[in-house]
Design a protein around this ligand. Structure first.
Ligand code: ATP
Ligand code: MG
Length: 286
């Protein structure tokens, strides 16, 4: 039997779709019947295990799954022996402390002697211990926002992305405990076969991530402006310059980050660039 690598992804929730999409973007094909608990990739020695995100750190720490995709918040909370091998750039959020909106909040010391309702007791207890704050936690599984209103706790610590859920529940955010995003974790000290497969996956992930950050840019320029315009395009090496059928004009091709593009667009036009065309890149190997 050929060696395979097993990756645990969230069965159903906020991370599921993007986790599977990331594997697909890496050229890994599989059928994802929603009720199946495992799925074998068709063109890569990889098997997907569909699990609750809470269980992923333990599966990966024990080596039952070699890899896992989940939020950094969950990795920290479970505190298992796993390596965080890559930040994946999606499911960005933060774990924050919040209190009732009419509270006269004076700073972290306010939490001394207070109770904080959270689904992340380990993270919160460590945070308060580091800051020498003497608060206690009340662990609850969900709907944490209602805790202050019903007298279970004075504050909460929960995941925030826009903050609208807090506001809707009469709360205000007062401190960030940690920032989180989806990460790829791995069993420490993988066997050689799985370690090689992980390197292959990381190589592909990098190509996908580079591509997502970059755009392919094509533009036409009068020949005497090529130097000036090239200097504005921080491409991979230097832009490709091809003569146009029209005398005295060339076409410049390069790769540019989306952010840089917006920063230089006005200068490009001022320098005489015309017919500027920007398109997505699927994979980019630097
Ligand atoms: P499971 O049933 O697998 O235990 P869950 O209810 O614990 O799922 P989800 O709500 O699906 O988890 O969230 C999974 C992860 O997505 C969180 O741990 C966090 O990292 C991230 N996340 C949660 N809420 C948000 C949000 N509002 N914006 C961005 N990311 C979020
Ligand atoms: Mg969970």
């Amino acid at each position: 039997m050929t060696e395979t690598i097993k990756i645990a992804v969230q069965k159903s929730g906020r991370l599921s779709e993007k986790s599977l999409q990331l594997l697909k973007d890496c050229g890994i094909k599989f059928s994802n019947g929603t009720r199946k608990l495992t799925s074998k990739a068709k063109n890569f020695p990889l098997e997907i295990l569909f699990l609750r995100d809470d269980d992923i750190p333990q599966y990966v720490a024990s080596g039952v799954a070699h890899l896992g995709i989940l939020g950094l918040n969950e990795v920290e909370e479970k505190d298992q022996k796993v390596d965080v091998v890559k930040q994946l750039g999606f499911a960005g959020c933060r774990l924050s402390l919040a209190v009732q909106k009419d509270t006269a909040y004076t700073g972290l010391e306010w939490f001394n002697g207070k109770r904080v309702a959270t689904s992340y007791p380990n993270i919160v207890e460590k945070f308060f211990a580091d800051k020498n704050i003497n608060a206690t936690t009340e662990e609850i599984g969900g709907s944490v926002e209602i805790a202050p209103g019903i007298g279970l706790a004075e504050g909460i610590c929960d995941i925030v992305s826009t903050g609208s859920t807090l506001i809707m529940n009469g709360l205000k955010e007062v401190e960030t405990v940690m920032n989180s995003e989806a990460v790829l974790i791995a069993t420490p000290n993988l066997e050689a076969a799985q370690s090689d497969l992980l390197q292959k996956i990381l190589f592909r992930l990098e190509a996908v991530q580079n591509a997502q950050k970059s755009k392919y840019i094509l533009l036409n320029a009068p020949n005497e402006k090529i130097e000036e315009i090239s200097a504005l395009l921080p491409g991979m090496k230097s832009p490709t310059v091809l003569p146009l059928a029209v005398e005295g004009w060339s076409s410049l091709h390069s790769v540019i980050s989306e952010e840089d593009f917006w920063n230089v667009i006005d200068q490009l036009k001022e320098a005489g660039a015309e017919g500027i065309l920007v398109s997505d890149i699927q994979k980019l190997i630097a």
